[in-house]
Design a protein around this ligand. Structure first.
Ligand code: C2E
Ligand code: CA
Ligand code: CA
Length: 658
């Protein structure tokens, strides 16, 4: 017959063996947090020892041989010591689980409680030792039978107290873990407490220690599962900021695929403005600190069921509820971030703002990658517009992106098949009303349509296609001039736009000259227009280019003068022949424009540089310009850019009414 007692002591030994096996398994497993590994193994070994001692206690109970008496003394004391030790390991485990460390240094969270646990453990150990001599906890009677002493209850209350303090840490920081995890960790308080009460009421059953064993095993399994989750989480986490990485938030989106809740969300793809300035001013290491501090700050605005991730560099992705979007965007307009400078060790404050592209998720069938591509396209649009910091992905934008992609793929073919042709916009001398020059402006004859440069130049500019375009237009212009000359017409000087990207080629001036020479037209009929830009590093290249053109006998004009911050600098360094005033100033929208225009006219005169006013649309502009001594006018007022045929007609009749 198997009686309750046999079941109980068999259970003790089974559990002891399980705990040992658990300890061995964890010992050979990999755990990146070394201290956790040590604690889990120690906890299980200690628990196993405690259960074996408990088992021995029952096995040798009642025998009075000196050896058995000694064993009874030893195993009993061991059980009491080990229970206290288990309480300390429990405190260590919880502390490592919550804060990834266990020490009693000043900055250790819950330090006071941990010190209290250690103090309780010390007192507990002392009392057990004392009890061995005076039997205050327990003693063995003449039959070698265990009897409770007067302070027996204290022996149970002491470890309970410590365990209670530790459990309070779990409760306080419960947000750091799931409900299941909390339950498992708290079970170390609840199970033994219940078992202990039962044992006290029905003396003779070893439930308390069996319950300790059960919760230690539970904690072991919880740790194994948690460790696995950590590995998964690490693969979805970006190291520097602790935010989700691309893998992390794509998976988040994919997990939501098909769920109609997904349509409650908006994806915000944003990049921090002028982050390169921060890296330059403070160094890359500090830049990383800024990113980390920014991430911590931003997480405060991200709710539990939302996600914030870092794409790379200064690019981030936030997937937030549409209802939370406004508050996020408000923060992205400008947020102060404080970091400790790695060199000066001083707290430094920087203000960060972002440009953002937003895709309001409106369907549930998209893959995570596609959703991000949509938001990324909106961000690109935000980056390429000067005015908008935030761009929403609309159907219109999607169409224009699709169109841009299509054109992009067709440009190569267009260039090879001479689809790009020059139109000519006359320059008129407002004193005489006669055409005194023209500018060649490209047009793309594409699928029966004539496309203006605004449609294709932005696509070409980042590539060498822009250089091919410049030469195609130069060549076609030279050929047109040659034809007009052959037809006996009077052809004025025509300017051709040369993009700055050409300057990377040291032979560029020579190549231009070759094209002109080959066409057999006089060099003074071609003028080269270069646009100023803010790229200071290129000034010397530009200067060499202009000097070479001058040496070869060409005139050079600076286009859109005044639109970049380095205008005066360029004028100081480089001998341009003509200065084309940016349309912005010629619009004469306000008094300031007039003031600037007046001074540009003065500078032009003093430096003996010709001035052309571009974008003139109204008669009053001509009058004002006239008063300032600016007489060469290019603009819709006289003519829009004309096709070859229209220009031919214009050349036959080059006089305008003013
Ligand atoms: P840009 O060189 O500043 O050319 C002047 C632009 O202003 C032309 O636009 C012209 O049509 C426009 N414009 C002239 N008068 C008026 C006016 O009274 N009112 C208004 N609103 N606009 C006026 P377009 O032809 O669309 O060319 C745009 C830009 O594309 C050009 O600006 C130039 O930077 C670029 N581009 C055109 N063809 C070429 C080319 O062959 N090579 C390069 N690198 N750039 C080119
Ligand atoms: Ca131009
Ligand atoms: Ca211009």
């Amino acid at each position: 017959m198997i009686d309750a007692f046999t079941i109980q002591i068999s259970f003790l030994i089974y559990e002891a063996v399980f705990c040992l096996i658990a300890a061995a398994c964890y010992a050979v497993s990999s755990d990146k947090i070394k201290i956790r590994k040590k604690i889990v193994v120690s906890l299980n070994v200690a628990c196993s020892l405690m259960l074996i001692c408990e088992y021995s206690f029952y096995a040798f109970k009642g025998s009075t041989t000196p050896l058995d008496v000694a064993i009874m003394y030893i195993v009993n004391a061991a059980v009491y010591y080990l229970i206290i030790l288990l309480m300390v390991f429990y405190a260590m485990l919880i502390s490592v689980r919550l804060f990834e460390r266990f020490d009693l240094k000043k900055d250790m969270p819950c330090r006071k409680r941990l010190i209290a646990v250690c103090a309780i453990a010390a007192i507990g150990m002392i009392l057990i030792t004392v009890s061995q001599f005076n039997g205050i906890y327990y003693y063995f009677d003449e039959n070698n039978v265990y009897q409770r002493g007067p302070l027996f209850m204290v022996a149970s209350i002491i470890p309970m107290l410590g365990t209670f303090l530790v459990a309070s840490m779990v409760i306080q920081f419960r947000e750091k873990m799931s409900f299941g995890q909390q339950f498992v960790l708290i079970s170390y308080l609840i199970f033994p407490l219940a078992g202990g009460i039962f044992q006290v009421l029905f003396y003779g059953n070893s439930l308390l220690n069996i319950c300790i064993g059960i919760s230690v095993l539970l904690m072991f399994f919880e740790n194994v599962i948690n460790k696995e989750k950590e590995v998964i989480k690490a693969s979805k986490t970006e190291v520097r900021t602790g935010l989700a990485n691309e893998h992390g938030y794509i998976e988040w989106l994919n997990a939501m695929k098909g769920n109609k809740d997904l349509m409650d969300y908006a994806v915000v793809f944003f990049d921090l403005r002028k982050f390169s300035d921060i890296n330059r001013n403070y160094g890359i290491e500090n830049g990383n600190r800024v990113l980390a501090a920014f991430s911590v700050k931003m997480l405060k605005y991200i709710k539990k069921d939302e996600i914030l991730g870092r794409q790379f560099g200064n690019q981030f992705v936030a997937i937030v509820r549409k209802s939370n979007l406004d508050s996020l965007l408000k923060v992205l307009k400008g947020v102060d971030v404080v970091f400790t400078d790695i060199i000066t060790k001083q707290e430094t404050r920087v203000n960060l703002s972002a440009r953002a592209g937003i895709y309001m998720i409106d369907r549930t069938d998209l893959e995570g990658e596609d959703i991000l591509v949509f938001a990324g396209q909106a961000l690109n649009a935000a980056k390429s517009t000067k005015n908008d910091d935030v761009v929403w992905l609309t159907q219109e934008l999607m169409d224009s992106i699709a169109e841009k992609k299509k054109l992009e793929s067709e440009i190569g073919f267009g260039l090879n098949n001479n689809e790009f042709k020059p139109f000519y916009q006359p320059k008129v001398n407002s004193m005489t009303g006669r055409m005194c020059g023209a500018e060649a402006l490209s047009r793309w004859y594409h699928n029966g349509e004539i496309l203006a440069p605004g449609r294709y130049i932005p696509i070409m500019e980042p590539t060498d296609n822009i250089c091919k375009l410049d030469f195609a237009i130069l060549k076609a212009t030279c050929e047109d001039i040659s034809r007009w000359l052959k037809e006996g017409m009077n052809v004025p000087q025509i300017s051709v736009n040369i993009s700055r990207r050409n300057l990377d080629d040291p032979n560029i001036a020579k190549n231009i000259d070759e094209v002109v020479t080959k066409a057999g037209i006089p060099k003074d009929l071609i003028e080269i227009e270069v646009t100023e830009n803010n790229d200071e590093a290129a000034i010397s290249l530009l200067k060499n280019f202009v000097d070479s053109l001058h040496d070869l006998g060409y005139k050079v004009s600076i286009d859109d003068f005044g639109s970049a911050s380095s205008s005066l600098m360029l004028l100081r360094e480089i001998n341009f022949d003509t200065l084309k005033i940016d349309k912005g100033f010629v619009d004469l929208a306000n008094q300031r424009d007039l003031a600037i225009l007046t001074h540009i006219a003065r500078i032009g005169k003093d430096l003996k540089v010709d001035i052309v006013a571009e974008g003139v649309e109204r008669n009053d502009q001509i009058k004002t310009l006239d008063n300032l001594g600016i007489n060469v006018i290019q603009g819709y007022y006289f003519d829009k850019p004309l096709s070859h045929e229209d220009m031919t007609d214009r050349l036959k009749n080059p006089v305008y009414e003013i």
